[in-house]
Design a protein around this ligand. Structure first.
Ligand code: DMJ
Length: 619
């Protein structure tokens, strides 16, 4: 057994060296197109992407609606989730983003009148949440708010009512000993990718139950992390045992990381930030073989899969949001080299053999690489990301376009089409592609020039940082779980008007580390090791290692970038550019000083950070 372990380690080490040597040549091959995309071409490409959307959307509406998804080769429909007109729901906020008031209105009205969830179907909690619940909530937030320019006058919260009904039907799935929701197989992503949708629902309905169960699921997963601060891919929700111990940033785990950071940004809940810092630091130490990422055993750290999988491609985009842009650029270059080689990214690409992984040859129209391209262009304005965008369009148009929509590619080497179109093609793939080119043209869209800052859900749904959502209440509850023992001070809140009381079950599994702390009432945990800047999300430098002496890893050097908790209506817009610049800019930062008022007139106070150029508003 010991021999096997050490062989594994040696094998892992060899692979790591092999990977870094052989792949540098592959990455070097990535060249920027001789002729870069110019502003005129960017506009043409944006219009072409719009046409791509309507080719697929009309194809769905004419041939498949109200079934869930389109079979774009045979021009038929199929129910793939619960029979909820899935593709229509997933497309709603893309319609709004494209400024298609007529289709957005008629779609919202149809759903409000016809959609029902009182049917007997077994569905995935994860897929239903990210596609249906997220789609309904984001469309509700657009349709009910005149600031979006897409308000529907006759709209009477129908989608919010549906969203609440749907989420209540899913609540029994959370009734497990671990708090991680039941699924036939529960992946880490499945358990940890509910916080945004459930949190938004709680803040819109004033019922904390949704937010609580989703957060409890994250705690259930994180409490079972390994001593390396890694999580596995699958877990038994009843016993809490990991049934698949491969740790990675892609398949089955991806959006667990994504939602930690995004939940912090959207809700200002520092517990998520703290977990993200720990999880991200560990991923960068154990999984990152610059510029690639591998899968390792969550306990030993030994490499088990030297494979790029296409779901990993969201990671550079997440890194941009976290302010860690340099490694994001390198990784995007590496991932894009795979796209260039095949015209699409296969589900798996073996980093040791430099070939498509056996059994993972397909490209099911995934958005992740395009999503990261959008974020990196937004951060750097480097025109090579537009060139990449042009390549994405060309591949989709020549390889995937089929009679009624866009087809999955069954084999990226043979470019064979398959009769299926996942709803995320319209929710994400086309959305990020259109946003990329619109950013280059005039950025005049709801996301980049709208009334609020937006976070994208993992399904690409628009969730705004409105005061109602982002300033609803202050969540700050470490309970010492992530702070050194005896170093945590607690404050009892006296303000019952602003903060509802949270009942904590002393004996439950959700706060496993600190049985001696007070457990009733809202408790603010002030972790003394968090700096002011970390507390307000101004940078993502990990705090010093305190809690586990057995883990030794260097602190990642992270270039800091600001994030902002609420949008500032008074900020001057960036001057229109004639051409494209490569100047980088903070993704969600704001400048300006003094205090400002949000849309509800609530006073916001500017908190000076420790560095001059990073400021954040807080209530
Ligand atoms: C989408 O449903 C979401 O992006 C999810 O997080 C991962 N899988 C697909 C896209 O590939």
């Amino acid at each position: 057994m010991i021999l096997m372990e050490s062989n594994k380690l040696r094998w892992g080490l060899c692979y790591a060296i092999f990977i870094s040597l052989t792949l540098s040549s592959l990455v070097r091959d990535l060249g920027v197109s001789a002729e870069g995309v110019n502003p005129h071409e960017a506009k043409q490409l944006r219009d072409e992407v719009r046409e791509m959307f309507y080719h697929a959307f009309d194809g769905y509406m004419n041939n498949a609606f109200p079934l869930d998804e389109l079979k774009p080769l045979s021009c038929q429909g199929e129910d793939t989730l619960g029979g909820y007109a899935l593709t229509l729901i997933d497309s709603l906020d893309t319609l709004a983003l494209l400024g298609d008031r007529e289709s957005f209105t008629s779609s919202v009205q149809w759903i409000g009148k016809n959609l029902q969830f009182n049917i007997n179907k077994t569905v995935s909690v994860f897929e239903t949440t990210i596609r249906v619940l997220g789609g309904l909530l984001s469309a509700h937030l657009i349709a009910s708010d005149c600031a979006t320019g897409m308000r529907i006058p006759s709209y009477d919260n129908e989608l919010l009512v549906l969203a609440e009904d749907l989420a209540r039907r899913m609540l029994p799935a959370f009734d497990t000993p671990t708090g991680i929701p039941y699924g036939s197989i529960t992946s880490t992503a499945g358990g940890g990718t509910l916080t945004l949708e459930f949190g938004v629902l709680s803040r819109l309905t004033n019922d904390p139950v949704f937010e609580q169960v989703a957060k409890n699921a994250v705690r259930g997963l994180w409490a079972r992390r390994s001593t390396l601060d890694l999580v596995g891919a699958h877990i038994n929700v009843f016993t809490g045992e990991w049934t698949q111990k491969d740790a990675g940033i892609g398949t089955s785990i991806d959006s667990f990381y994504e939602y930690l950071l995004k939940a912090y940004i959207l809700f200002g809940d520092e517990e998520y930030l703290y977990i993200f810092q720990e999880a991200y630091g560990s991923a960068m130490h154990h999984l990152h073989k610059d510029p690639w990422y591998v899968e390792v055993n969550m306990d030993s750290g030994a490499i088990v899969w030297p494979v790029f999988n296409s779901l990993q491609a969201f990671w550079p985009g997440l890194q941009v949001l976290a302010g860690d842009v340099d490694p994001a650029i390198r990784t995007h270059t590496a991932f894009f080299s795979v796209w260039k080689r095949y015209g699409f990214t296969p589900e798996g690409f073996n980093l040791a053999t430099l070939s498509v992984q056996y059994g993972q040859k397909s490209y099911p129209l995934r958005p992740e690489l395009i999503e990261s391209t959008y974020w990196l262009y937004k951060a750097t304005r480097d025109p090579r990301y537009l060139d990449a965008g042009r390549d994405f369009v060309a591949s989709l148009q020549y390889g995937a376009k089929c009679p009624c929509g866009y087809c999955h590619i069954t084999d990226v080497e043979l470019h064979k089409q398959e009769d299926h179109m996942e709803s995320f093609f319209l929710a994400e793939t086309v959305k990020y592609l259109w946003l990329l080119f619109d950013l280059a043209v005039d950025s005049d869209n709801l996301v980049d020039n709208g009334p609020y800052k937006y976070i994208f859900s993992t399904e690409g749904h628009l969730l705004p940082l409105t005061p109602q959502i982002s300033l609803a209440r202050e969540h700050c509850s470490y309970f010492g779980g992530y702070c050194p023992r005896n170093a945590t001070k607690f404050e009892q809140s006296n303000d019952d008007h602003q903060v509802p009381e949270i009942e904590l079950d002393h004996h439950s599994n959700i706060y496993p580390y600190h049985e001696s702390f007070p457990v009733t009432g809202l408790i603010k945990g002030l972790c003394p090791r968090l700096s002011h800047a970390q507390k307000y999300g101004l940078s993502y430098v990990l705090p010093e290692k305190t809690e586990r002496e057995d883990v030794k890893r260097p602190k990642p050097v992270i270039t800091s970038r600001s994030i902002v908790l609420v949008s500032d209506q008074t900020v001057e817009k960036r001057p229109q550019e004639e051409g494209f610049t490569s100047e980088s800019e903070p993704i969600m930062s704001i400048s300006g000083g003094g205090s400002s008022s949000d849309q509800t007139g609530q006073e916001l106070t500017l908190l000076e950070s420790e560095t001059d150029d990073k400021r954040v508003y807080s209530s």
